[in-house]
Design a binder for this molecule. Structure first.
Ligand code: PMP
Ligand code: GLU
Length: 394
């Protein structure tokens, strides 16, 4: 039947994060005691004040189609949020609300990339960037980084990756999967290279903005010369534990926002009404109201780093944001563990699933074949038990 499917879908990979989560679910249904550290999803409940706003919206009959680009008062709240947290002045006309940041990213790819355009992806990158870029006909150009540079791309690497076909650069900071955070100085360095190439656009995925243990978040759009060519992507999935509500948004030059609205108008229409109303409450609240989750993530990060440091063969950077660790486990390659040959990160992740019953994600999906991604958005008890099992298995 595959022959009947389009070349487009046949050439796409399945999202490795979602595939691993599905596999873990399947094994759990078979009665296996699987600890899921594969999916990047906060394990907190949505804060009550956001739930209340959603309940009110239902009672107020927010049940019809919303404007394609989002409710006007939500866009105002987003503009205010950009000003408050990022020193970015976007008018509501520069903002588009979508069905999750994933759709925001897909919109941007579809409206800016022509077949053959090159898109620079500092690797490791978030799993879906590669396929979204390819879907739009773009050519992903991976720039490899490793633990020695804290998984960050240098200005020199960026300069060397640019060709006359380069259309965009996409990155996330805090980064999924490495947890690395670009400082303002580091972004200034990248921006200096980009200023030499006025036709290159930047997708700055800031969805982990608030889960940042350095305390300072830098937006590249706020740096000289970058505002008119940057698409700042954000959403409520991570900081507000609203993954299932599916609300993301962009701030961008108005012509790009208009194009995204046009595209979205033919594909999905406006994002879900109740989620949008709840998002107003989330974004209007002071960030201090979600600080308890960030504090908890920091404690868990320190815990998992300490526990992993006792396992020989795991090399881990100190992630400064998001809720992932991305250990380099290449020292196990070529080894035999309980009858399983480990040749690469995928073998290793599969081995952990089968032998330790811990679900992680292979680094290959993120463009780094030496690492695995472990999400620590889980309880302390689960983290302790998972690392105990991993240590036992290796
Ligand atoms: N960007 C990154 C870096 C992510 O980790 C995620 C998580 N799914 C997304 C975008 C998409 O988020 P959303 O749930 O808003 O679609
Ligand atoms: N962003 C999360 C992750 O990387 C959620 C899964 C997904 O959307 O792919 O695990």
């Amino acid at each position: 039947m595959k022959a009947y499917l389009s070349d487009r879908i046949n050439s796409m990979s399945t999202s490795a994060t979602l595939a691993m989560a599905a596999k873990a679910r399947e094994l759990r249904n078979e009665g296996k005691d699987i600890i899921g550290l594969s999916l990047g999803e906060p394990d907190f409940n949505i804060p009550d004040f956001i739930k209340e706003a959603a309940k009110e919206a239902i009672d107020q009959n927010y049940s019809s189609y919303s404007p394609v680009d989002g409710y006007a008062d939500l866009k105002k709240a987003i503009a205010h949020k950009f000003q408050r947290d990022n020193a970015l002045e976007y008018t509501p006309a520069q903002i588009v609300v979508s069905t999750g940041a994933k759709q925001s990213l897909a919109n941007v790819a579809m409206v800016l990339i022509n077949p053959g355009d090159e898109v620079i992806l500092p690797a490791p990158y978030w799993v879906s960037y590669r396929d979204i870029v390819k879907l739009a006909g773009g050519i992903p150009v991976e720039v490899s980084t490793d633990i020695s540079s804290d998984f960050k791309m240098t200005p020199e690497q960026l300069r060397n990756a640019i060709t006359p076909k380069t259309k965009m650069i996409w990155y996330s900071s805090p980064c999924n999967p490495s947890g690395s955070v670009y400082s303002r100085e580091e972004l200034e360095g990248l921006a200096a290279v980009l200023r030499e190439h006025p036709g290159i656009f930047v997708v700055s995925d800031e969805i982990y903005e608030h889960i940042n243990f350095r305390s300072e978040h830098a937006s590249i759009a706020a740096i000289d010369g970058m505002y008119d060519r940057t698409i700042t992507v954000n959403g409520v999935s991570k900081a507000f534990a609203m993954t299932g509500w599916r609300i993301g948004y962009i701030g961008a030059p108005e012509w790009i926002a208009r194009a995204c609205t046009k595209f979205q108008g033919q594909i999905t229409s406006g994002a879900n009404a109740i989620g949008q109303r709840a998002t107003i409450a989330a974004l209007e609240a002071p960030v201090s109201r979600i600080q308890y989750m960030i504090d908890e993530f920091l404690q868990r990060r320190d815990l998992i780093l300490k526990l992993l440091s006792d396992i020989q063969g795991f090399r881990v950077n100190v992630p400064e944001g998001a809720f992932y660790v991305f250990p380099d486990i290449s020292s196990f390659f070529g080894k035999e563990l309980r009858g399983h040959t480990i040749d690469n990160a995928s073998d290793f992740a599969l081995y952990l699933l089968e032998e330790a019953h811990v679900a992680t994600v292979t680094g290959e999906a993120f463009g780094n074949p030496n690492c695995i991604r472990i999400s620590y958005a889980a309880s302390e008890k689960e983290i302790r038990e998972a690392v105990r099992r991993i240590a036992d298995a290796v």
